[in-house]
Design a protein around this ligand. Structure first.
Ligand code: SR1
Ligand code: MG
Length: 397
């Protein structure tokens, strides 16, 4: 269904969400509908409406005009709902099996109505419970490779790419990432949030000129490199999974950004989970990091050789150059994500949920050390195996 501009924005209630679903004809007449607001993210309302007899559900996601995690004092554009529904539709054009179906969207109400994925579990939650999701990296590697390739200057008409990039200009949400991922955690900023016991470790990051220079270079890439349409917030809380299926949700941060960003965020969130586990249970996380990169490079390279529109595509060394920079940047972005999820505004349950205080503080110290090393040593790390030994050194040091 197409976007209509007739409604006036107001936050939905559970009853309002049911009325909307009925008005849209998404359920059969007289269906016994129940609705619950289930949003547990930082920004939006999420309503799940179920026909109890037919056992059929839908999701209505609505953007709020402020960041829910902070409150009304942090206004936030409603346009992110349009970005999200358009990104889901664009991604579905290249990798439909990895995104929820969008049934309807309405720009004025800032809503996206989509497939109910409650047969799956948010990957972060499952990983914290010790699940391993055997196909997670296969699916994420393929999703990233296809969506990046086909929305880049290598995979689509280069004039059309500029037009598509224009429709995904997303300044407010990019500013959140520029501040919360690349800036605030590296300075004494009011958005930071950490246990007082970590102050010495945190202050040493704030005073680390060498680190600042490298983070500034990574931030510059995020600000300026429009390689492809990226998801922009691909952490494990933006992924629904089971042993067989994977679905990527929440692309409200989507914009034309650097190739390495989504890969880096995904790696970082796997590493954060690994830091929360005993050593004997870390292996599946490293295997996922390794396999994501393998699948990504395999699929991206295949598309490069078979569907490339760039006249220089066959030039010896160009693909290798693109992949090398994507890898190095991904490692640097991963380092920034690991640090911000530890001491910045938006934490992760993987670390915050460690009940024993000493163990939690230790895991967070390891995260800060690991993040710093990933950023500083990204140019010298040439394989996932080396990242793994860096992890071991960081945790053992
Ligand atoms: C104010 S938003 C905080 C974080 O939540 C989102 O999921 C993004 O990761 C953002 O940085
Ligand atoms: Mg989100």
């Amino acid at each position: 269904m197409s976007i209509s501009h007739s409604s006036v924005y107001e936050p939905l209630t559970e009853q309002g969400a049911i009325s909307l679903a009925v008005r849209l004809g998404l359920f059969r007449e007289g269906a016994p509908l129940v609705c619950r607001e289930i949003g547990d993210g930082n920004l939006n309302l999420v309503f799940r409406i179920v026909d109890k007899e037919a056992k059929k559900g839908i999701i209505i996601k609505q953007a709020l005009p402020y960041a829910k995690v902070v409150g009304e004092s942090w206004p936030l554009t409603l346009k992110r709902a349009v970005i999200e529904s358009n990104a889901l539709r664009t991604f579905a054009g290249y990798a439909p099996q990895y995104v929820p179906k969008v049934y309807y969207s309405d720009e004025s109400l800032a809503i996206t109505v989509m497939e109910d994925l409650s047969r799956l579990q948010i990957a972060r939650k499952g990983l914290i419970e010790g699940k391993t999701y055997p196909l997670l990296s296969q699916h994420i590697g393929e999703f990233i490779a296809k969506t990046l390739f086909y929305t880049s200057d290598f995979g689509m008409n280069q004039q059309e790419k500029k037009q598509l990039a224009q429709s995904f200009v997303n300044p407010e949400l990019c500013k959140i990432t520029e501040d919360l991922v690349f800036t605030d955690p590296f300075f004494n900023h009011e958005t930071n949030n950490f246990e007082e016991e970590l102050r010495d470790d945190v202050e040493s990051l704030w005073n680390d000129d060498k680190l600042h220079l490298e983070v500034a270079k990574l931030k510059r890439k995020f600000l300026t490199e429009g390689d492809a349409l990226i998801h922009g917030d691909l952490h494990t809380g933006s992924i629904f999974a089971s042993d067989k299926e994977t679905k990527i949700i929440d692309p409200e941060f989507a914009f034309y950004g650097p190739f390495g960003f989504d890969i880096g965020q995904f790696f970082a969130n796997l590493l954060l989970n690994a830091l929360s586990r005993p050593e004997s249970q870390q292996e599946p996380l490293f295997a996922h990091i390794d396999n994501t990169w393998k699948v990504f490079t395999t699929v991206f390279s295949e598309l490069w050789h078979t569907h490339n529109v760039e006249p220089y595509a066959k030039t010896k060394g160009l693909l290798e150059e693109v992949l090398h920079h994507t890898f190095v940047d991904a490692i640097g972005f991963a380092g920034c994500e690991v640090i911000r999820r530890t001491i910045g505004l938006a934490h992760v349950a993987d670390l915050d949920g460690i009940e024993n205080k000493e163990e939690r503080l230790q895991a967070k110290r390891h995260a800060l050390r690991l993040g710093r090393s990933l950023i500083l040593r990204r140019e010298t790390l040439s394989s996932i195996k080396e990242i793994r030994s860096l992890f071991a050194q960081t945790v053992l040091a």
